[in-house]
Design a protein around this ligand. Structure first.
Ligand SMILES: NC(=O)c1ccc[n+]([C@@H]2O[C@H](COP(=O)([O-])OP(=O)(O)OC[C@H]3O[C@@H](n4cnc5c(N)ncnc54)[C@H](OP(=O)(O)O)[C@@H]3O)[C@@H](O)[C@H]2O)c1
Length: 297
């Protein structure tokens, strides 16, 4: 297959190398639109070389993977629109929700597919990526995708599963994204504000605050008719705190490195949904304001 990848950061580079190793032709799109080819090394394997910023090659792509952050989706896609076929599926692999909703109507002709992944990758330096955790990627239709060739898309999923297993089709991706969002709404801002590892949130010091955050989140998911009980929600949050105890969350790292965070598409999306239902979430609101204040420092 010919596969376009927008955003050759940690996750994009991981997919680029895996696709290349599985004999797919990869063309990468970067912010700095200068190079004709680009080298990427995954762990200690042989570095690969892929085409970069070749807009004419994009016309032949059978798939576009969007691996920029939620805050970067609109800007990263804009220069590609004129070159992408209208039936090329686009898979979005960012954290958070709402970035695809913000895209212009002109994108709605393409099959827009949303993904959530527990694969983990880290880019220590440019042109180098480490696969730091194997996981699962769920892919399903966005609300803007009313008609598409499901059989063709499912063939694509089988192909992607052989590239970087496990990849599964998920009819109710909206539900899966909400489940991930809930966990991110608790773990990301708290670990960013306190500059701690995920595991530290298991201490008694955070117990009351996590409980208040979850109580508020429960009101929103109940209004949205997301099927998850309060107890399952609490269990999921603490399960992830335990299983990723040694990790620094992406928001923690963004604040530490003075980068913009994805808060507008994590807690921000929760707040916008709460607003739609006339709900106020003072504890989540306070966390969002703290993150925004830290971002501007
Ligand atoms: N890394 C993980 O383990 C992991 C796991 C699960 C989910 N995610 C999610 O996946 C998304 C990507 O994460 P990441 O860790 O791969 O982030 P990242 O390393 O920052 O990668 C994003 C890449 O997008 C590039 N980019 C930004 N604007 C662009 C534009 N206009 N055109 C083309 N490229 C552009 C950035 O370029 P520069 O290099 O110039 O900044 C960067 O290389 C995030 O939403 C993250 O939360 C990541």
């Amino acid at each position: 297959m010919k596969i376009g990848i927008v955003g050759l950061g940690a996750i994009g580079s991981l997919w680029a190398v895996k696709c290349h190793q599985n004999d797919h032709q990869v063309v990468g799109f970067t912010r700095s639109q200068v190079t004709e080819t680009l080298s990427i090394q995954l762990d200690d394997s042989q570095p690969i070389r892929i085409k970069a910023n070749d807009y004419h090659a994009l016309q032949q792509c059978q798939l576009l993977l969007v691996t920029v952050k939620s805050t970067q989706v609109t800007t990263a896609l804009e220069p590609l629109h004129a070159f992408l076929n209208k039936d090329t599926p686009i898979i979005f692999l960012h954290n958070g929700m709402g970035a695809v909703d913000a895209l212009d109507d002109k994108w709605h002709k393409n099959p827009l597919l949303l993904a959530t992944t527990t694969q983990a990758a880290f880019r220590p330096i440019k042109n180098q990526v480490n696969h730091t955790g194997a996981g699962q990627t769920l892919i399903g239709p966005s609300l803007f995708t009313s008609s598409f060739n499901l059989a063709k898309i499912k063939d694509l999923i089988v192909e992607l599963d052989s590239v970087l297993p496990r990849v599964k089709w998920c009819d109710d991706i909206h539900n899966a994204l909400w489940n991930k969002l809930i966990i991110n709404c608790v773990i990301n801002p708290l670990t960013a504000i306190h500059q701690c590892r995920n595991g530290e949130l298991a201490s008694d010091k955070f117990k009351a605050q996590i409980s208040w955050l979850i109580d508020e989140i429960c009101q929103v998911i109940s209004a949205e008719k997301i099927e998850i009980s309060h107890q399952d929600l609490v269990d999921n949050v603490y399960r992830v705190i335990q299983s990723t105890a040694q990790n620094f969350s992406s928001m923690n790292q963004d604040i530490a490195h003075h980068r913009a965070t994805e808060i507008d598409f994590i807690t921000g999306y929760l707040m916008r949904t709460a607003n739609k239902h006339g709900l106020t979430l003072p504890h989540n609101q306070a966390l969002m304001e703290q993150i925004k204040a830290l971002q501007t420092n």
